[in-house]
Ligand binder design. Structure first.
Ligand code: GLN
Ligand code: ZN
Length: 752
């Protein structure tokens, strides 16, 4: 057995200081020439290659750069450009951005989540008249560009089968043969240019796949591997266990397979039995590419040791591309040093892979010592993590089933009496437009131009305005508008113990957009009420009920970097306990309706079906731990913003909220049938106003949607509300739209 060394499957591309973001946004605004944008892009590629080559990695990836998205790059590469974008008659670069962002009257391609990450890709549109042709040369150009700088790289391509599976269009797998022609041609060009290895990413196969799809994988790699002139092929599966795809690939003559041994840890035990791998390179993804904790390198080394001897060659790598973590921990100046000692961002993870690779290859005692030290540091960090015995004891003491004391029918009666709302009660989802003044007040507070008292005064003024506006519009249940929240997760993270924030820990979300997730690093607890002052102030201004507004435990986890030293359910319960305490305080302050948003419930759903029940059990458990302490008189709402629930539909019923508000406008209330089918029989607010578009819906169209709703569900259980929060919209659209919504509800009510 020999060892070829170390690599990473991909690297962030937005720039250590988000240089690409700035350049893109200037270019789109017409303030930067295309040539200058290309210059910024080139500089970023050059510095990435230089950095990775200098780090000592044995194989440096290329073609990991993108102006917008790697799936869109692939569509451009093979000429899968829908006619409506060609008709714009733009340059190649502007056609590309038109597909990404829309242009004039032509909308953008659909944007959707990249597997279970917070990155989003553009969905290619394929159809019977799609004619693939290798019209692009990006991978070859990047390879040659790196080579001219003296770095021999490994081009990374999105694999053909995953490309088809991520696209939309009937019969897209029928296009495989035509697509393989393009890939074959491209591999020939890359071989001619001198590329020794090419990486083909097939993450679609860490999810459940049909027999036909697995067959397509086999056919694709039988064909590509049999090409006479080609680089060595490394097929990568990440975000989970390659499952049945692994023996299929092992039986082709591809040269290597990259496996994710963090999310797909179980594969370690199966690999030695896969005979085909004995003659292949196995790239072991043992450094977590999706989280920010330092790796226990001694544990990683023993995983590698388990594989040695049963595979042809072994290389070490990250579990997936490092696109999903921030660039560099050394850019953080204000993190607590004990916490910083537990962290590794992309740059640090590269170093981990290098040390591990060298130690395994050379068995050098100094390097082995470094591994042992890394393992000890991680264990010590875990021991030092904030521990809160009160929180642990309280969770242990709660009834494990976390149900409210009174059954729903009884609660509904008590709540109806208390709230006295009409059928089709009108409300909104929480946030109102964040005006320039609100953002300025927040910036002024941060910069020290405004003190806490001055800031609170501005927020109260805004809340008052929002309450008056809602009263004037005639809504039945009001909200305070969330002006104090920069972000629905960050706000809570900042008010809870156990979270930390970075200065520069940006992670790519899509296009030019990045997010800076909080770091959940220790036991979570609530030192003081988080929302009570805002909610009670809002309630003091009106006789109508004002909803308390919280973010649920699953969503807080989904949009943070979460500690990995204990199971997620333990962490979720701690967040839930803090929310439970907040609910108790809101109730005591007289708030009668409390909404707990869980827009990310579906996001964390495991890619493979057999892991879903366990996830949903703890996710539902955490939500119920948060909400089940509420008295019967308190109406608990939840909000989810998507209309295709698929496998989470039963879980939504399982949350046992008194009212569930959901996105439904675009799908024309279809979701009501889905909910009825699983026996959901509590209050429901199907969105009648699609807030994703600036369009103002008419009262007539909302009336129609509400009529459809009351045909499916008894009117006394139906609420009238928009699809989601109004934060990203302007008052110019929101006010008329909400007036129409109130008019529509009144009209349908009158006809009951
Ligand atoms: N209450 C939040 C808001 O209105 C909910 C946002 C969401 O579900 N994404 O902004
Ligand atoms: Zn929403």
């Amino acid at each position: 057995m020999s060892l070829i060394g170390s690599t990473v499957l991909g690297y962030p591309r937005i720039g250590p200081r988000r240089e690409l973001k700035r350049a893109l946004e200037k270019y789109w605004a017409g303030d930067l020439e295309a040539s200058a944008l290309r210059g910024v892009a080139r500089d970023l590629r050059v510095s990435t290659w230089a950095e990775l080559a200098a780090s000592g990695l044995d194989s440096v990836p290329c073609n990991t750069f993108s102006y917008y998205d790697q799936v869109l790059d692939t569509a451009m590469l093979v000429d899968a450009i829908p006619q409506r974008y060609r008709d714009l008659g733009l340059t190649g670069l502007d056609t590309y951005f038109a597909m990404a962002r829309g242009r004039d009257s032509v909308g953008a391609l659909e944007l959707t989540k990249w597997f279970d990450t917070n990155y989003h890709y553009l969905v290619p549109e394929l159809g019977p008249d799609t004619k693939f042709a290798l019209t692009g040369d990006k991978p070859v150009a990047e390879y040659l560009e790196a080579k001219s700088l003296g770095v021999d790289t490994r081009p990374v391509l999105l694999g053909p089968v995953t490309f088809l599976l991520l696209s939309k269009g009937e019969g897209r797998l029928d296009l495989l043969d035509a697509l393989l022609e393009c890939y074959a041609e491209l591999l020939g060009l890359l071989a001619g240019a001198g590329a020794a290895w090419v990486q083909l990413d097939e993450p679609a196969f860490v999810a459940d796949r049909t027999h036909e799809e697995l067959e397509a994988l086999r056919r694709a790699y039988d064909k590509l591997a049999s090409l006479p002139q080609r680089p060595k092929l490394l097929v990568a599966g990440y975000f989970g266990d390659f499952g049945p795809a692994l023996p299929i690939l092992a039986n082709t003559v591809v040269d290597g397979v990259a496996v994710d041994l963090v999310a797909g840890r179980e594969a370690v035990d199966r690999i030695p039995a896969v005979l085909g791998l004995r003659t292949k390179t196995v790239v072991a993804g043992v450094v977590d590419g999706r989280n920010i904790w330092r790796t226990d390198l001694s544990a990683a080394a023993s995983i590698c040791a388990q594989l040695m001897g049963s595979v042809g060659e072994l290389a070490v790598s990250t579990s997936c591309s490092l696109l999903h973590v921030p660039y560099d921990l050394s850019a953080e100046k204000s993190l607590d040093p004990d916490l910083a000692a537990r962290l590794a961002f992309a740059r640090q993870k590269v170093d981990e892979v290098v040390v591990l690779g060298k130690a395994l290859k050379r068995n050098d005692p100094a390097l082995v010592k470094e591994l042992v030290a890394a393992g000890e540091a991680v264990r010590k960090g875990v021991e030092q993590a904030r521990r809160d015995d009160r929180v642990r004891a309280e969770i242990a003491a709660l009834r494990p089933e976390h149900r409210r004391r009174a059954p729903y029918a009884e609660r509904a009666e008590i709540q109806n009496e208390r709230l006295n709302l009409p059928p089709l009660a009108t409300t909104t989802i929480g946030s109102f437009p964040q005006t320039g003044e609100v953002r300025k007040a927040r910036a002024d507070l941060r910069a020290g131009r405004l003190d806490e008292a001055g800031y609170a005064e501005r927020m109260r003024a805004e809340i008052k305005r929002v309450i008056r506006t809602q009263e004037d519009i005639g809504l039945d249940v009001l909200v305070h508008g969330e002006p104090e929240r920069n972000d629905m997760v960050q706000y809570f993270g900042e008010h809870l113990d156990g979270f930390a924030f970075t200065d520069n820990g940006w992670v790519h979300s899509y296009g030019s957009r990045c997010v800076r997730p909080p770091i959940l690093h220790g036991d979570v607890s609530r030192p003081a009420p988080m929302t009570v002052a805002w909610s009670t102030y809002a309630q003091s201004l009106t006789t109508k009920p004002v909803k308390g507004m919280l973010t649920g435990p699953v969503t807080i986890l989904a949009w943070s970097f979460v500690r990995d030293d204990q199971p997620l359910d333990v962490t979720a319960d701690q967040v839930a306990l803090a929310l439970r305490e907040e609910i108790e305080d809101l109730e005591a302050a007289g708030i009668s309706i409390i909404q707990v948003d869980e827009p990310a419930l579906r996001e964390l759903l495991p890619l493979r079906a057999d892991a879903r029940k366990e996830y949903l059990d703890w996710a539902i458990g955490a939500f119920r731990l948060a909400t089940s302490g509420a008295t019967a008189a308190t109406q608990i709402h939840t909000h989810l913003c998507y209309s295709e629930f698929g496998d989470v539909i039963e879980a939504i019923d399982g949350l046992e909220a008194d009212v569930t508000t959901i996105e439904a406008a675009r799908s024309k209330m279809e979701v009501l049938e889905d909910l009825a089918a699983v026996g959901y029989s509590r209050g429901v607010g199907p969105g009648v106003y699609d807030i994703h578009s600036p369009r103002v819906p008419s009262a007539e169209e909302m009336t129609e949607l509400l009529h459809a709703a009351v045909r499916a569900v008894p009117a006394k259980r139906v609420w009238a509300n928009p699809d989601c929060g109004l934060k990203t919209r302007g008052y110019g659209e929101v006010e008329p739209a909400l007036r129409n919504l109130v008019a529509a509800a009144r009209q349908v009510r009158a006809q009951l």
